[in-house]
Design a protein around this ligand. Structure first.
Ligand code: AMP
Length: 366
């Protein structure tokens, strides 16, 4: 793993007056560039040749400079990294950046300064470690099953490597689990050695709140050991299974597909804002205990509300999520923090600007 000291060494060579906010042209890049431009930063997009003209077609969100790649993994090449560094590029990691470049490769080989704490890649990328994090935070999480023989209620089965919910299925007993897994394998939808995660299926209403934590300010919530947390929006993912009544997915009956296809805006009943902020505070505090300096910048909790059990957190995304794309001009919650329209992308840029003014950019980078 590249030590933080080394990355901060690279950062110390940067000309901050020419800092460029950079990311791969995918996922939430338009929002990130849009926000960076509003805060007066230069922008640098890393794009596949085919995608370049499309990203350049948005007058207010196109990156000012584009570096073309054949494959996103090219960003790991030494000469490419040197180019990024010579441009004073500060990478904003998003879901596609992590997925295409690979969490482990980033940790081992990517020496370009990134916004946030890259140790989150290590902690969220592994389901066991993420479980430890949720336990340390003391938030409610779905029960995990270490063996199919223990299945005693409805479970959701997640295949490792299944991208974004594809091929997940429900089962209510060990026999049903075996039968469905066998069928997925026979159809080639699951490999013989794929890791299988069995988790209690939590019924209820899903909410995906988007938070930003700044370590540059003092705690503003109970149970928060550092930083200030802002709730900048909430979405719900629109998954194929949500349309099952319309005949989708066109797969064997009973097999559900949780692939994300879009996002819809949500506001939560106001008293629940308290529960969501409390969970965010606990998760941030636990992050600092587990991997100092903990969460920095955007993160999202994937939650399900059940009338008797309250909120269950089934996943933490420790970076900007695509659901924030709903709010390029702010959300029903960002209005309570800012007098101007502030998206998550813009919030990131504001944070960088503020740290530069304080001479504390290193606090936000690994
Ligand atoms: P994930 O890959 O963990 O983000 O899950 C993808 C989707 O599966 C979620 O957005 C939910 O719709 C659903 N899901 C995941 N875990 C659970 C759970 N424990 N109970 C019910 N639904 C779940």
């Amino acid at each position: 793993m590249i030590p933080r000291k080394k990355i901060l060494g690279v950062l110390s060579t940067y000309d901050e007056s020419d800092l460029k906010i950079a990311t791969i042209c995918s996922h939430s890049a338009l929002q990130i560039f849009h926000g960076a431009r509003l805060e007066g930063f230069g922008t640098l997009g890393i794009a596949l040749r085919r995608n370049r003209p499309y990203y350049e077609s948005f007058p207010r969100a196109s990156p000012e400079m584009v570096l073309e790649v054949e494959s996103y993994r090219d960003v790991l090449r030494r000469d490419f990294q040197e180019k990024l560094i010579s441009e004073n590029a500060l990478i904003i990691p998003h879901g596609s950046f992590v997925e295409y470049v690979g969490g482990e490769s980033i940790l081992e080989y990517f020496a370009v300064p990134m916004f946030g704490n890259r140790l989150t890649l290590y902690w969220e990328g592994d389901r066991e470690r993420q479980r430890r994090w949720l336990t340390e935070a003391g938030v409610k999480a779905p029960r995990r099953y270490s063996s199919p023989s223990e299945i005693d209620r409805t479970v959701i089965v997640k295949l490792h490597g299944a991208k974004g919910g594809r091929g997940y299925f429900k089962a209510s007993n060990p026999g049903e689990f075996e039968e469905k897994l066998r069928e997925l394998r026979s159809r080639g939808s699951a490999g013989e050695f794929d890791e299988v995660l069995i988790e209690e299926f939590v019924p209820g209403v899903r909410y995906y709140p988007h938070f930003f934590i700044t370590p540059l300010e003092s705690p503003n919530l109970p149970n928060l050991s550092y930083g200030r947390i802002e709730l900048l929006g909430i979405d719900r993912r629109l998954e194929v299974v949500d349309e099952i009544h319309r005949g989708l997915p066109e797969i064997v009956e009973d097999y559900l597909d949780y692939t994300v296809t879009g996002n819809i805006p949500v506001v939560v009943r106001e008293k629940f804002v308290v529960d969501l902020l409390d969970a965010a505070a606990r998760i941030a505090s636990a992050s600092r205990k587990l991997f100092d300096p903990g969460l920095i910048g955007p993160f999202c909790l994937e939650t399900i509300y059940h009338p008797e059990r309250g909120f269950t957190v089934f996943e933490i995304s420790a970076r900007i999520v695509a659901g924030t794309n709903l709010y390029p001009l702010g959300s029903p919650y960002s209005a309570y923090y800012y007098d101007e329209p502030v998206s998550m992308g813009r919030r990131i840029a504001k944070e960088i600007r503020k740290a530069m003014k304080l001479g504390a950019l290193d606090k936000l980078i690994y």
